[in-house]
Design a protein around this ligand. Structure first.
Ligand code: ADP
Ligand code: MG
Length: 441
């Protein structure tokens, strides 16, 4: 029987990739965005399924998220399989079934699966899998679930994607290059000719250098960990000055990083609008003395909020509240970010807000320690593509100290402070123990 599917492979697929996919059991394809990785590999799998002579073959196309897989690959699969006679489709379980030579047996199934819902992959065998956008798939999935399930029937596995730092995808790519029986490709947008030169030039304009190198040139080295705040950014912020008149009337926020066990520095920082004042650094003082210092700063700046690191500061927070200070806000670095899809935790989020502020409008004091600390924090991405920061312990190990002063500045960005109009003129902190005076403006 002759079955024609409505697919015309692009030249690179016809000449190079389909022959490799047909031939090798394992392989890695690293390629730029829009090369046709998903379309090509789904069709390669469809062909395998159509020609499979085993009883009830099962294939899986796996993408990082089920929703994304459904939106993209499921539609491709339905379209390219649409001309196959006696095709069955299961929309709720996301598989298609095509007849095989085995009469009476279940046909060949191709499932669409999200790595975020891996239960669909457990407890069965697979004749072949595609791991698409593998840089964003949990690395355990392969060893714990997929690889054992390929053993019964010698199933194939193809790892496909665009780089995202030196993670499991990079490891697989390196592995594939050293193995005779794996295919291994890396295609850059400037080499394949799939996206024309004019469009490429346009894209380059619109992308950051890091994005361009990663997404289009398939550079694995750009995003492992990146400096969040460069020394250039810091120097510009130190040179950026505001006049007293520009700052007057702007709300003040205090950030307090409290000494933790094994670390004896406490830091108080005041940010007034766009200006951070010289940090106060205290060594070897106890909580009660720190409370006294904070009260001094509260009297001096009349802040609308005091953000205190909850990690070492719970005693300090309790004491200030007991003394009647309101607007004392406890900040747990590890707690949930306000934008949890973008940042792994609050610490990451406030450092990013601070970085943005330094880049755009912030004015920093010329403090050598602060300047050094700001530039030692690096960021990367987790498997769900959220931003994360290098761990504090690792910074301490590499830099020799924890960035307490910079953390205190970052604390002033912990939450958006809503400034009620009245508070702008009549901030309540220093008056919290006195009677409210409506004419005290
Ligand atoms: N062989 C093909 N014929 C026609 N269109 C294709 C073909 N391969 C890919 N495309 C189209 O090119 C675009 C990118 O394909 P896709 O497979 O999603 O790329 P990638 O996964 O590499 O980012 C899509 O719009 C897709 O429909
Ligand atoms: Mg794709």
């Amino acid at each position: 029987m002759r079955i024609t599917i409505p697919y015309r492979p692009r030249k690179i697929w016809n000449d190079v990739l389909h022959p490799a996919f047909d031939r090798y059991r394992f392989g890695v394809l690293v390629a730029h965005r829009r090369l046709g990785k998903t379309v090509g590999s789904v069709n390669a799998m469809l062909k395998k399924a159509l020609l499979d002579e085993k009883i009830s073959p099962q294939y899986a196309y796996i993408a990082p998220y089920r929703n994304q897989a459904k939106m993209i690959a499921w539609n491709y699969l339905k379209f390219y399989a649409s001309k196959i006679p006696n095709l069955k489709m299961n929309e709720s379980e996301l598989y298609i079934e095509i007849p095989t030579k085995h009469k009476g047996a279940v046909g060949a199934r191709i499932y669409i699966v999200g790595a975020d819902k891996p239960d669909a992959l457990r407890g069965t065998y697979w004749d072949g899998v595609i791991l698409d956008e593998y840089a964003q798939i949990k690395p355990e999935l392969w060893g714990e679930i997929i690889r054992p399930a390929l053993a019964d029937r010698k199933g194939f596995a193809w790892f496909i994607g665009t780089p995202k730092g030196q993670n499991q995808f990079y490891e697989k790519y390196r592995e594939s290059r050293s193995k005779e029986d794996w295919f291994s490709f890396l295609f850059r947008a400037t080499e394949t000719g799939i996206i024309d030169d004019e469009e490429l030039a346009d894209m380059k304009e619109d992308m950051t250098d890091i994005e361009w190198r990663q997404e289009m040139l398939c550079d694995f080295t750009v995003s492992a960990f990146n400096i969040l705040i460069t020394i250039d950014m810091v120097e510009k912020a130190v040179e950026r000055k505001y006049s007293e008149a520009q700052v007057r009337g702007m709300p003040c926020i205090l950030g307090v990083d409290v000494a933790r066990f094994g670390d004896d520095r406490s830091v108080i920082v005041c940010r007034q609008g766009e200006v951070v004042y010289s940090p106060k650094v205290y060594k070897g003082i106890d909580n009660m003395e720190l409370v006294a210092r904070i009260i001094e700063e509260i009297r001096r700046y009349d802040p609308i909020a005091v953000f205190i690191d909850a990690g070492g500061g719970s005693g300090v927070i309790d004491r200030l509240r007991q003394l009647g200070y309101t607007n004392i806000i406890e900040v747990a670095f590890g707690s949930r970010a306000e934008d949890p899809d973008k940042y792994i935790n609050l610490r990451t989020e406030m450092w990013h807000k601070m970085a943005d502020w330094i880049r755009r409008t912030g004015s920093l004091p010329n403090d050598p320690e602060l300047k050094a600390e700001l530039t030692v924090v690096e960021y990367g991405f987790d498997n769900a593509d959220r931003r994360k920061l290098k761990k504090k312990e690792d910074i301490k190990k590499d830099y020799g100290a924890s960035p307490d002063i910079a953390d205190a500045v970052a604390l002033t960005f912990a939450h958006q402070v809503v400034i009620a109009k009245a508070d702008m003129y009549n901030s309540s902190l220093t008056r919290c123990n006195t009677d409210y005076d409506p004419f005290g403006v």
